[in-house]
Design a protein around this ligand. Structure first.
Ligand code: PAF
Length: 285
């Protein structure tokens, strides 16, 4: 059955109030729509853990640092609702713009540290926009658990930090990246790649896997990164913004995975910015 679409905060609160009075647990899955199997896996995890599930769809203007990117972001509300119909979702919250940013809105949530590196360097203001909207969605939905994909690993770390720092009583849960059969991480942005672009973009994952395997074999990162950049350029990635090995907790640079570590990449293919990351097994001393 299709879940009701609510666009006003008062309606969401009314629904939420009846759940809480009945002692039911509530999960939220925040999205910007254009749902794919990665999002659906988050919804499934939420449905398995909580009595009630809210999926939010809001293309948040404050997290786009490029007007064309915002204008071109896919908006597929009808198809999204159909995809969610097969799952046990209770409400799809698609807030009108003024429900998030009413007239005179003046508050910004800004996380430092984990938000300053990687995408924080290349997409100025992006994580302020993410932290602000996610804080609002946490407070508006009153959920006890929230589900995010590890595909946006830095975002996950930023959101966890924000919720802890602001004492928002919610558990933030990261779920494994879902990949196409080709290995390409699922992303709403993949919709904008041509068939050839999709094929070339799929070269990213094996290159990352090879680097991760060689790190675990004891090699140091710098020469591996140089080799990987050359391979990615040959595959058609024309601008590799970062190809970094970083510790998971604080996202500090590493040369060897001596702590829980991730390999994180952002690179452009055919005018589309793609990001991906994988876990690297820790080297035991
Ligand atoms: O990952 C996303 O789709 C967005 O950044 C999020 C978390 C829904 C906030 O707008």
């Amino acid at each position: 059955m299709t879940a009701p679409i609510l666009r006003r905060l008062n309606d969401l609160r009314a629904e939420h109030g009846t759940w809480i009075r009945a002692g039911e647990s509530v999960a939220v899955v925040p999205t910007m729509g254009a749902l794919h199997a990665g999002h659906l896996s988050l919804v499934e995890a939420a449905c398995a853990a909580c009595d009630r599930v809210i999926v939010t769809i809001f293309v948040n203007p404050r997290q786009f640092n490029n007007a064309a990117d915002l204008a071109n972001y896919p908006r597929t509300e009808h198809e999204d609702a159909i995809k969610l119909a097969g799952l046990d979702v209770d409400v799809i919250y698609v807030p009108d713009g003024d429900q998030i940013y009413p007239d005179g809105y003046a508050t910004n949530v800004s996380v430092s540290g984990v938000a300053d590196v990687l995408d924080g360097e290349f997409r100025h203001g992006h994580f302020d926009g993410v932290a602000t909207v996610v804080a609002k969605l946490f407070l508006q939905t009153g959920a006890q658990k929230a589900y995010f994909g590890q595909k946006d690993f830095q975002q996950l770390m930023v959101v966890k930090r924000m919720a802890r720092d602001l004492d928002i009583p919610i558990e933030v849960i990261g779920c494994a990246t879902v990949r196409e059969a080709s290995g390409l991480a699922m992303s709403s942005r993949n919709l904008r790649l041509s068939p050839e672009g999709l094929e070339r973009a799929a070269k990213l994952y094996p290159v990352m896997q090879q680097v991760a395997a060689r790190l675990v074999g004891g090699e140091s990162f710098a020469p591996l990164a140089d080799e990987a950049r050359i391979k990615l350029q040959a595959a058609g990635f024309n601008d590799i913004e970062y190809f970094d090995l970083r510790c998971e907790e604080h996202l500090q640079l590493l040369d060897r995975p001596t702590r829980p570590a991730r390999l994180l990449v952002a690179a452009w293919m055919d005018g589309i910015r793609l990001i991906d990351n994988i876990e690297v097994d820790e080297l035991k001393a």
